[in-house]
Design a protein around this ligand. Structure first.
Ligand code: PRP
Ligand code: URA
Length: 209
């Protein structure tokens, strides 16, 4: 059964407001997405396993904890997911990064896959699949299909803004994938854009509009 987590941390909500703002330019938009990705990564890594080690402090020997070394993979859905990768790597720099290229056909809104490159040991890694937007859910569902087809067993999906339609579709298609979002918006418009949303995430990140 899927869990849907909405990160309502004040810093995330504050930054998200400026991300939404039409007056926020490309440079600031990119920086804010990066910062929110780091804050979300802090929350999403809460359950990482630890192991005990001996450490010698200036005072005495002690037993303390470090990460147990679980293999992690970050997979952005191209293009817009790229904007969240560095922010996550700030906290988990040893994670490997795969890429899944998908775009939505503007007429049908169905995802078209054009690129997949993943770490070779897919079945041994836990994956965080990232994309700023979960709209109809088609892209996220297809990206999870793609990861699972190649052997991934443990996948979390992280996005900035989700529409209820996308959350429903993704959780029905992949009940084993937990979903982490910064905001759950109202609905989709007739063109499949999230309302109120932030517009086209890829265009705003890369200045292509
Ligand atoms: C956007 C966004 C998601 C997708 C979400 O990408 O980054 O990948 O739309 O929509 P969905 O939930 O309805 O599938 P887009 O297809 O615009 O491609 P881009 O990132 O290359 O701009
Ligand atoms: N993709 C985007 O970039 N924005 C939306 O609102 C929906 C899909």
């Amino acid at each position: 059964m899927t869990k849907v987590h909405v990160f309502d941390h004040p810093l995330i909500q504050h930054k998200l407001t400026y991300i939404r703002d039409i007056n926020t330019g490309t440079k600031e938009f990119r920086e804010l997405v990066d910062e929110v990705a780091t804050l979300m990564a802090y929350e999403i890594t809460r359950d990482l396993p630890l192991k005990e080690v001996e450490v010698e402090t200036p005072v005495c020997k002690a037993t303390s904890k470090i990460l147990a070394g679980k293999k992690l993979g970050i997979v952005p859905i191209l293009r817009a997911g790229i904007g969240m990768v560095d922010g996550i790597l700030n906290l988990i720099p040893a994670a490997k990064v795969g890429h899944i290229g998908l775009y939505r056909d503007p007429e049908t809104l169905l995802p078209i896959e054009y690129y997949v490159k993943l770490p070779s040991d897919v079945s041994e890694r836990d994956f965080i699949l990232v994309d700023p937007m979960l709209a109809t859910g088609g892209s996220a569902i297809e990206a999870v299909n793609s990861l699972k087809k190649r052997g991934a067993k443990n996948i979390k999906f992280m996005c900035l803004i989700a529409a209820p339609e996308g959350v429903k579709a993704l959780t029905e298609a992949h009940p084993d994938v937990d979903v982490y979002i910064a905001a759950l918006d109202e609905k989709l418009d007739e063109k499949g854009y999230i309302v109120p949303g932030l517009g086209d995430a890829g265009d705003r990140l890369f200045g292509t509009k």
